[in-house]
Design a protein. Sequence first.
Length: 307
Amino acid sequence: MKSLTISSTAPRPAAVPGSSAAGSGKRPPRQQRERLTFGRLVHNAGLVLVATIFAFPLYWVLVTAFNSRGGVFTLPPNFLPAFHTGAFTYVLLHTSWLRYMFNTVLIAGSTVVLVVITSAMAGYALAELTFRGSTFFFLMTVGVMMLPTQALLVPQYDIALRLHLLDSFAVQILPFAASTMGVFLFRQFFKSIPRTYWEVARLEGAGHFRFIRKVALPLARPAVVTVVLLTFITSWNQFQWPLIMTTSHSVQPIEVALSHYMQTFEANWRKLTSAVLLALAPIVVVFVLLQRHIVAGVAGRDAGLKE
């Protein structure tokens, strides 16, 4: 039998244009490199422009708060902060700002703890437990997110009035002790946990609550961080609800205090912007520290399982 042999001198197939550089590791042509570099510069310039537009109001508040007494009204304006701290000292020492700050921390902290507990249990039940109507209850839970909060103010006020909860910390905490977004995030994360984890835990004698505390929550750490962050920011920024449900300054949060300060310091922009920065600082710090977990938590990735 004759054997087929391929001569080493046989002509090679022609290279496909545009694929030889990538396949052989060669650099792309100069014109293509310049086009890619120009496109990248335009993209980065656009991102910087959008970020500057969104960040400038906050920066201007910072400049105004640290400005001198007469520097606020100078023309042309000074775009660099002068670092005068007199307005901050007045707000902290001569107003009830620390009391408002304590009220807000108490309300936001209590709300975060309750939301994590209720959302984790409800999300686990909808993800792991098999019962009739589980899909219906999940759809009803998610459907609550589509209800406008303003439409529920009147019946909620009537309930709080009948329960004697008006003008208290409880009326600012208990109605927000459960979160539909938290339930949704925990359900998505718990559904990504392999079923074998629960089977092994059951063989070890662990019940549902122990499994949630010891296994499910540590694995769903991105979801926990996301729920904590979103709940904290939402609770910290509450304005309409405490404004309607409370009348005493001793239980009102920081956002309601800002509305009072807008009347008190209407002509003193340094003191008003100083109060705004003091109210905004905790949110900015918490967001900067935890923002990298938001994408993983919202996307429902199994980052906890990989670790």
